[in-house]
Design a protein around this ligand. Structure first.
Ligand code: LLP
Length: 421
C-alpha cells in the first residue's frame, strides 16, 4: 500500500496534488511519501518483533539524506557499500554503530575511514579483503568487527542481473569453505568475528529461496560454534520484492518473511540484522514526467516524455515494468490506446514500455511512474547532458525539495579545459 492516490480526479502524494509540485519544481521529478516510508519500515519492525534485531536500510536503493534521516530517526540502521554511502549515512545523523559495510570491493581507504568514523561491522566478501582489513585495523591499533558473507548457492529465482547467491556470482565465499575461512579469521588479531552474513538477491517474490539459504546459515552457525567461534549476529541481507505490476499476484509480505526468519534462525539466540532496500523505498516513490509529443509512427504511436533512461534506467536495463498512469484521473471506462512510451535520449533502448495501453493523454499532460522510489534517482546519470532531476519529499499537506535540479551552468562548470587547448 502506498500514499499516491487519486482524489478529486487528480493523483495526490499524501495530501498534495501532484500538479502543484510540478508547477513549483518543473518536470520531471521524483516524489516520495513520508507516510509510505514510515509504514514500510514499520512492517519490518513488526515482522521481527520479539527478536533482538536491527533493520539496516539498503542505502543503495535510495540514498537521499532526508530519507536516511527519516529512517535513522525511527531507529533504522544502514547497509552501505561505499565510503560515499557511509558518509551520507553519517551526514544524515546515523551513528557508526548502526552502519554495516557490505560490498565485494572495499578499498583500504574505505576500511580506514569506516574504522575511524565508527562501524558496526564489515561484511567481508573474500580472503584478500579479510587480510587487508586485518592489516588496516592492526596499523590503527584497533579491531574490526566482521561477519563473512557466505554464498549458499541458492537460486533466488529473480532477474539474473540482480541474483547474487549462486556459486557463479561474484559475491561472498562458498558456504562449504566457511569453516576454513573462519579458522583463518580467528588467527587474525585485527579482526573480531561477530557473525555470518548472507544476501541472495533482489526482487524476490518467493520465500522458498530464503528458507533454503537461512536453513544453511543456521546449520553453519551451529557448526562454527562447535568449532569455537562466537557467532552472535546473523545478517540475513535484503531482497524482498514489491508488486511492480498491480495486475500481478502480490509478493509475500514482511510478516511472512519474518516467519521464515523465526522458523530458520529464530532459536539460535543471535541478533538478527536485515538489509531491505526496495521494500522500504520502492513504492514510496514515483517519477512524474510530462508528455512532450504524441507522435504517430509507422503502425505504432509514441508518447515522448520529458524523462528518459538516464532518469530511470530500470526498464532499459532489466526490462523492468513500471505502471505508468496519467496524473489526471481517466474517466471511468475511458478507452485505451497502445503507445510505445519513450524518452528523448538518442537510443532505441530509451523505451519505458512497448505498446502499453494508455487512457487518453496528450501533449503537456503529466504522467506518473509508480514504484520508482528504489533504484530510480540513485541510478540516474547526466547522459545527453540532461541534468539530474529533483527529488521532493511530501509529508501530509506539505512538501520540500530534498535535492534540487542542477543548472546547466553547474554542469558545464564541472569540466575544465586545459590551458594547452
Ligand atoms: N544487501 C545487499 C548486500 C545487496 O546487495 C542489496 C541489493 C540489498 C541488501 C538490498 O536489496 P533490496 O532489498 O533492495 O532488494 N538495481 C537493481 C537492484 C540491485 C540490488 C543490488 N543489491 C534494480 O533496480 O532492480
Amino acid at each position: 500500500m502506498d500514499h499516491f492516490l487519486y482524489r478529486d480526479g487528480v493523483l495526490h502524494a499524501e495530501d498534495v496534488p501532484l500538479p502543484e509540485i510540478a508547477a513549483a519544481v518543473g518536470t520531471p521529478f521524483y516524489c516520495y511519501s513520508t507516510a509510505t516510508l514510515t509504514r514500510h519500515f514499520g512492517l519490518f519492525e513488526e515482522a521481527l518483533k520479539g527478536l533482538d534485531h536491527l533493520v539496516c536500510f539498503a542505502v543503495k536503493s535510495n540514498s537521499n539524506q532526508a530519507i536516511l534521516k527519516l529512517l535513522g530517526e525511527m531507529g533504522a540502521g544502514m547497509d552501505v557499500v561505499s565510503l560515499g554511502e557511509y558518509r551520507r549515512a553519517r551526514a544524515a545523523g546515523v551513528p557508526g554503530e548502526r552502519i554495516v559495510f557490505s560490498g565485494v570491493g572495499k578499498t583500504r581507504e574505505e576500511m580506514r575511514a569506516a574504522l575511524e568514523g565508527g562501524i558496526r561491522q564489515f561484511n567481508v566478501e573474500s580472503e584478500p579483503e579479510m587480510a587487508a582489513l586485518n592489516e588496516v585495523a592492526l596499523s590503527m591499533g584497533t579491531v574490526a568487527p566482521i561477519t563473512v558473507r557466505v554464498n549458499p548457492d541458492v537460486d533466488a529465482m529473480t532477474h539474473e542481473k540482480i541474483s547474487t547467491g549462486r556459486k557463479e556470482n561474484k559475491f561472498g565465499i562458498p558456504i562449504g569453505r566457511a569453516p576454513e575461512v573462519y579458522a583463518e579469521a580467528a588467527k587474525m588479531a585485527g579482526l573480531k568475528v561477530v557473525g555470518i552474513d548472507v544476501h541472495i538477491g533482489s526482487q524476490l517474490t518467493d520465500l522458498a529461496p530464503y528458507e533454503a539459504a537461512y536453513t544453511l546459515v543456521a546449520d553453519l552457525t551451529r557448526q562454527l560454534r562447535a568449532e569455537g567461534h562466537e557467532i552472535t549476529r546473523l545478517d540475513l541481507g535484503g531482497g524482498l520484492g514489491i508488486p511492480y505490476e498491480r495486475s500481478n499476484a502480490a509478493p509475500p509480505l514482511p510478516l511472512d518473511y519474518g516467519d521464515v526468519v523465526r522458523r530458520t534462525v529464530g532459536d539460535l539466540g543471535c541478533e538478527i540484522e536485515i538489509e531491505p532496500g526496495r521494500l522500504i523505498s520502492g513504492n514510496a516513490g514515483i517519477l512524474v514526467s510530462k508528455v512532450i509529443w504524441v507522435k504517430a509512427g509507422e503502425g505504432r504511436d509514441f508518447l515522448i516524455l520529458d524523462s528518459a533512461m538516464n532518469d530511470l534506467i530500470r526498464p532499459s536495463m532489466y526490462g523492468a515494468w513500471h505502471d505508468i498512469v496519467p496524473v489526471v484521473e481517466p474517466a471511468a471506462g475511458a478507452e485505451t490506446h497502445p503507445y510505445d512510451i519513450v524518452g528523448p535520449v538518442c537510443e532505441s533502448g530509451d523505451t519505458f514500455a512497448k505498446q502499453r495501453p494508455m487512457p487518453p493523454v496528450g501533449e503537456g499532460d503529466l504522467v506518473a511512474f509508480r514504484s520508482a522510489g528504489a533504484y530510480g534517482a540513485v541510478m540516474a546519470s547526466e547522459y545527453n547532458t540532461r541534468p539530474l532531476i529533483p527529488e521532493v519529499l511530501v509529508k501530509d499537506d506539505h512538501f520540500a525539495v530534498i535535492r534540487s535540479r542542477p543548472t546547466f551552468d553547474d554542469i558545464i562548470a564541472r569540466d575544465t579545459i586545459p590551458g594547452w587547448l
